[in-house]
Design a protein around this ligand. Structure first.
Ligand code: ATP
Ligand code: MG
Length: 393
């Protein structure tokens, strides 16, 4: 069976009341964008609360499904058999022929589920269910009806045309990207931050990202790895503007000036400050990190309190209560894991102390930072001014 159209089902958007059209329009836009790179000529349309993808001629079915499965806001993708209304006998024949075509000799239990958007249809939903069910039983051997938990729902929607579908491929769910505003992801080359970005994007948030590197202590390969991770996240979130900040001088200066056991915390505080600067500049409504309570010394609750203290924007930490394995499971699902575990240096790990403080006191850290003085301000400004911006899509 070659399907020429798909019915796109969406979940949470359905309850958004008066603003519903904003979510639907964003979803249509994002679907079009996702299908741009797939071979075929796709049309995406919104018809009375339904979104359809239709194609004419040849197209890449697997590629289309693959792309649609990454669009947030879609709960299900139903390959659709659409027919003209040529009377009820014709409908019955076509449903039977369609099932034979798709499932061949397979045995399954089913339930016909008819709905009429057009109430002038000569039969009501109940009558359609009964008559089509009977036609299926009469014409395909070995099938049985199960009204409680059927293996297949044979859906029939009487609209302008008639929609017939019996499969629903699970979508990514969530909300369409771009409907909730924008946030700044602190993206490192690790496992956690790409997952954190994915999770927040899933709630409809557009992403921007900031990466801190420290050449020549961190290599060009480490930077390429982060760009690759951003590309993988962008397959879900849409385009990401990536700010690559040269953090070498501020980092060296902190290293020379502050107690070594406080290095990581002080560095993290400057990362947050710089990321927040870019965030505010481009209208982001929050920051995103991949932090999780207790994962490392810089993520104890005391450490989080200390890093958080420099931010005025809310910091979203979707992984805060996740175990590492749960994070890894998601990174495998979204295909960032293999890239994340490539063994390139990270600017945080190069200058770390052997015994970092695990319970920093905000007062002590602030006092250490005082020593950095105006020189630090100059170095931070220089880092901000020399940012390299990469448009990742
Ligand atoms: P990840 O796996 O995301 O690298 P991690 O377990 O290595 O996290 P940390 O190094 O403590 O944890 O970093 C905590 C968070 O700080 C990261 O999830 C990320 O959001 C941000 N971060 C750390 N290093 C960088 C960096 N070099 N550039 C940008 N953000 C960073
Ligand atoms: Mg890291």
């Amino acid at each position: 069976m070659k399907y020429q159209s798909f019915l796109i089902k969406y979940s949470e958007i359905g309850v958004k009341g008066k603003n519903r059209y904003i979510f639907e329009d964003a979803l249509v836009y994002n679907i079009k964008h996702a299908l741009e790179s797939v071979e075929g000529d796709f049309k995406v349309s919104k018809v009375t609360g339904r979104i359809y993808v239709t194609t004419e001629g040849d197209y890449d079915y697997d590629g289309a499904i693959d792309s649609l499965k990454r669009v947030f806001g879609i709960s299900g993708i139903c390959p659709l058999y659409q027919i003209e209304d040529n009377g009820f006998d014709d409908l019955k024949e076509k449903v039977v022929a369609h099932l034979k075509d798709v499932y061949g000799d397979k045995k399954y239990t089913f339930k016909v589920n008819a709905r009429r958007a057009r109430k002038n249809y000569p039969l009501n939903s109940m009558e359609i269910n009964m008559a089509v069910g009977e036609a299926i039983l009469d014409n395909i051997e070995g099938l049985t009806v199960d009204v409680h938990s059927p293996e297949k729902y044979i859906n029939i929607e009487i609209r302008e045309k008639i929609n017939i579908y019996s499969e629903e491929i699970k979508g990514a769910c969530g909300m369409p990207c771009g409907t909730a505003g924008k946030a700044m992801l602190l993206l490192s080359g690790g496992i956690d931050s790409p997952v954190a970005g994915y999770m927040i994007a899933k709630r409809g948030v557009n992403l921007e990202a900031t990466y801190f590197h420290a050449p020549p202590y961190t290599s060009e390969r480490a930077k390429t790895k982060v760009i690759d991770l951003a590309k993988k996240v962008a397959r879900y979130s849409g385009p990401i503007k990536l700010n690559v900040v040269n953090f070498t001088k501020p980092q060296m200066y902190i290293y020379e000036t502050c107690p070594h056991d406080e290095l990581t915390i002080i560095m993290r505080r400057y990362m947050m400050r710089i990321a927040e600067h870019f965030a505010k500049e481009s209208g982001c409504l929050g920051l995103i990190t991949g932090e999780s309570i207790g994962q490392v010394a810089s993520q104890t609750m005391q450490s989080l309190l200390t890093t958080n203290a420099v931010c005025s924007l809310p910091v979203y930490r979707p992984l805060i209560a996740f175990d590492k394995q749960d994070i890894i499971d998601i990174s495998e699902k979204i295909d960032t894991y293999e890239t994340s575990i490539l063994p390139y240096e990270d600017c945080c790990t190069i200058f770390v102390a052997k015994h970092p403080v695990t319970k920093p006191s905000l007062k002590v850290i602030e006092r250490s930072e005082m020593k950095l003085g105006e020189e630090m301000e100059r170095l931070v400004n220089e880092a901000i001014e020399t940012v390299e911006v990469i448009e990742v899509r």
